[in-house]
Design a protein around this ligand. Sequence first.
Ligand code: SDX
Length: 421
Amino acid sequence: MSDSVKLTYNDETFEFPLIEGTEDEKGIDIKTLRAKTGLITYDPGYKNTGSCESSITFLDGEKGILRYRGYAIEDLCENSSFIEVAYLLIYGDLPSEEELNKFSKEITEESIVDEDLKTILKSFPKTAHPMGVLSSLTSALIAFNPVAVNVDSDAEMRFAVVKLMAKFPILASWTHRKGKGLPLNYADTKLSYVENLASMMFKRPNDVYTQSPVVVNALNKLLILHADHEQNCSTSTVRIVGSSHAGLFASVSAGISALWGPLHGGANQAVIEMLEAIQADGGDTKKYMAKAKDKNDPFRLMGFGHRVYKNFDPRARIIKSAADEVLTELGIDDPILEIAKGLEKEALSDPYFVERKLYPNVDFYSGIIYRALGIPTQMFTVMFALGRLPGWIAQWMEMRKKNEPIGRPRQIYTGSTDRKI
Ligand code: SDX
């Protein structure tokens, strides 16, 4: 097996080393390409370009495999809590009982935010999109934690991780409550991480709040399934912002904005809006399938297709069965679920989708569960961000600890050549 590749250009042959990962992935190391040949590569959307070496998440798009630090997500969903998975992603191994208790205790102690953040929250209109509010509040956290993190100090890095993990669910729940005109809840040090999230989101001052194990279990599974996904758009954003040595909170704030887009995390909101439109249209799925295939129509079948998965997204498989379980346990009969299943069945047998290997992705069914839990559609991508937070943190730390260079891609200029006024 060769360990390099040769490139011939202008009758000269250049050799570049191959790098290989632990899962037999191979890449051409072109760090010296421009110096040797004067050429750059051209790869819009980075479909064929590796930005880094990483030991955090492995996925195989052809086989539908997803592992966090080597553990299959199916196993983690069955056997771990979201906080255990967050620890795994950030620190590389599943925590011992002692490590988990310490991590959870530190997060509980930091599960409070400066009251002045309420002033910032109050300045938003109720109609503000929750992702815009969350990105702003996350960025505002910097003002209340002004000292930049010394990434070489494990203690300082740990404190930043704990603060962000602890305060993010508060900001997310306040974002939800603001949109509903409901009073803001505080964390309860007696509750677990996910119980706290549910309580802060749903507890109402005029009623006794009863924790629902169905809701907590569903949230735990959904947060785990969204926790990381190698170099997706928002994670790449967090990395490239962090590569300028901007802080962790600022980098995550940028990642939230990237996740907001309907082609990325915003798809979970777009899926439900699409399914509701189909329902309003009398369930005419064939009309929407035709629109999705019409090149003159910008409409896409939201929740379908993926840059990497050319097989079933393993997360979609787990979420689909969880949707059935949650709706049954909550006694909800949501016609939207049946429309989704009908659409999936049609798409999976339609040549257009089959030829392009377009399968349901993580966003296709997740909104159906969020809806059943009473979470407003505009909050779905906030729920995605809550899950993705430990992945963003882990990826940012890996990039900074490796002291990676600032991200600065090249371009092929196609504008005007030298002109005189
Ligand atoms: C997430 O990267 C990650 O890991 C992301 C994520 C994570 O965990 O971080 O997994 C989360 O973002 C999931 C994806 C959510 N987005 C959607 O569901 C939006 C709908 N999907 C598409 O927009 C699209 O599939 C993307 C954006 C997800 C992927 O787009 P690509 O890889 O750039 O592929 P493409 O746009 O080049 O499409 C290839 C072909 C095109 O047709 P042709 O030009 O070859 O004729 O497939 C078609 C596209 O028109 N196509 C679709 C389609 N997705 C692709 N046609 C109709 N409906 C779709 N959903």
